[in-house]
Design a protein around this ligand. Structure first.
Ligand SMILES: [Zn+2]
Length: 374
């Protein structure tokens, strides 16, 4: 398939400062600059070796950066590009960055789920205090085996996650008042976006949800008996009354409404970022995703929409959402804002700059970027 915004691809800018041509490339086995097709299965991981060899490395050198994790560097490069900074070169392949869809929070391709603990001298330990992950302050790496052991976490509070390549991954939680070991800090997961290695961050989102499930289901919610792990699935089962508890996943819809060349974005009253984002909301019990979209759009901005098209989904571990994103076409109505939810909702068209919109690892950013009026 020809690359679309919802596939894995990079964008490469050819030419110098005043002669810029934007081209979208997929990556096959050919040399850089060759127009290519790319399958959606092609993962970020499979592209990295090629990116490191050629234009990506070149772009890094030209930007005065040392090679670092692809996600981080690409994100920085993207921000520089968006802020109007253009490297000036005479050579081709002046600048490269990953499209937002590549930096979305997602499970790394080489991750394999495990339900049973493995013996490992050097596991990747994701240790949470509330929604904060324990990391080494020097390089945001995970604590080593000796540091993890020094925390004296009960075996029952440590859960297997899977394998990342050959490394065994496990997750655990500590008390809210636990102190971080020297040289380490408990850091909000969200603050690590764009800073931590993308693959580790992808597993960390999963690790947090498993740790939170284990922490909050030590006892049966019906009869208060201590829960036991069920066999063959990630599930707690009450030995007294049989109640089962799986990790909670809360589906939420997101929708970008299009009206001709305009898109609707809103600033939410409760948003910590005050960014303009597509409309979003949680599903009510008994609702389909489509029903939730029609209900939320009408409740929040008073509009009717049609022609819903699936865009993509993303696990959003704050604390356990699954964000399912769509586009929709405007049908009728004038914007009437729900004062409790929406601080400001506006149509943005060609030539209307969006003051602040999400970038980086969120499906929200990818959704806006794929449909941003030029
Ligand atoms: Zn029970």
């Amino acid at each position: 398939m020809l690359l679309q915004n919802d596939g894995d691809f990079i964008e490469i800018f050819l030419g110098g400062e005043h002669d810029e041509k934007k081209m979208t490339f997929g990556w096959q086995d050919g040399p850089p600059g060759e127009m290519a097709y790319c399958s959606p299965e092609k993962s970020l991981t499979s592209l990295i070796p090629q990116l490191r060899q050629t234009p990506y490395q070149h772009a890094q050198e030209c930007l005065g950066r040392s090679p670092t994790t692809p996600g981080k560097s690409a994100h920085s490069a993207r921000q520089r590009y968006d802020s109007g900074i253009r490297p000036s070169f005479n050579s081709i392949i002046a600048f490269a960055f990953f499209a937002p869809s590549m930096t979305m929070l997602k499970t790394p391709a080489q991750f394999q789920l495990l339900l049973h603990p493995q013996e490992s001298a050097n596991p990747l330990s994701f240790i949470f205090r509330g929604d904060e992950l324990l990391v080494r302050t020097a390089d945001l790496s995970l604590p080593d085996a000796a540091i993890s052991a020094s925390l004296e976490i009960n075996d029952g509070d440590i859960h297997p996650l899977g394998l990342l390549g050959q490394r065994y991954c496990r997750t655990a939680w500590v008390a809210k008042d636990a102190e971080a070991p020297a040289g380490h800090a408990y850091t909000k997961l969200r603050a690590l976006f764009g800073e931590m290695d993308d693959d580790l961050l992808g597993v960390a989102g999963r690790a947090f949800q498993v740790a939170e499930w284990a922490r909050s289901h030590k006892y049966c919610g019906t009869c208060a008996t201590p829960m036991k792990l069920a066999a063959g699935e990630r599930c707690f089962k009450c030995p007294a009354c049989g109640m089962v508890a799986y990790p909670r996943i809360s589906p939420a819809m997101m929708v970008l409404i299009k009206k001709g060349e305009h898109i609707l974005l809103a600033k939410h009253v409760a948003s910590p970022t005050a960014r303009y984002v597509p409309l979003a909301g949680f599903l009510e019990a008994g609702e389909s995703i489509e029903e939730a979209i029609h209900r939320e759009v009408f409740e929040e901005v008073g509009l009717k929409v049609t022609n819903l098209r699936y865009f993509g989904s993303q696990s959003w571990p704050f604390p356990h959402s699954l964000m399912i994103a769509f586009t929709a076409e405007y049908v009728s109505g004038d914007i009437v804002q729900d004062q409790n939810e929406i601080a400001d909702a506006q149509w943005f068209g060609p030539g209307n700059p969006i003051p602040d919109y999400p970038v980086g690892v969120s499906v929200s950013g990818a959704l806006v970027d794929a449909h941003r009026p030029k």
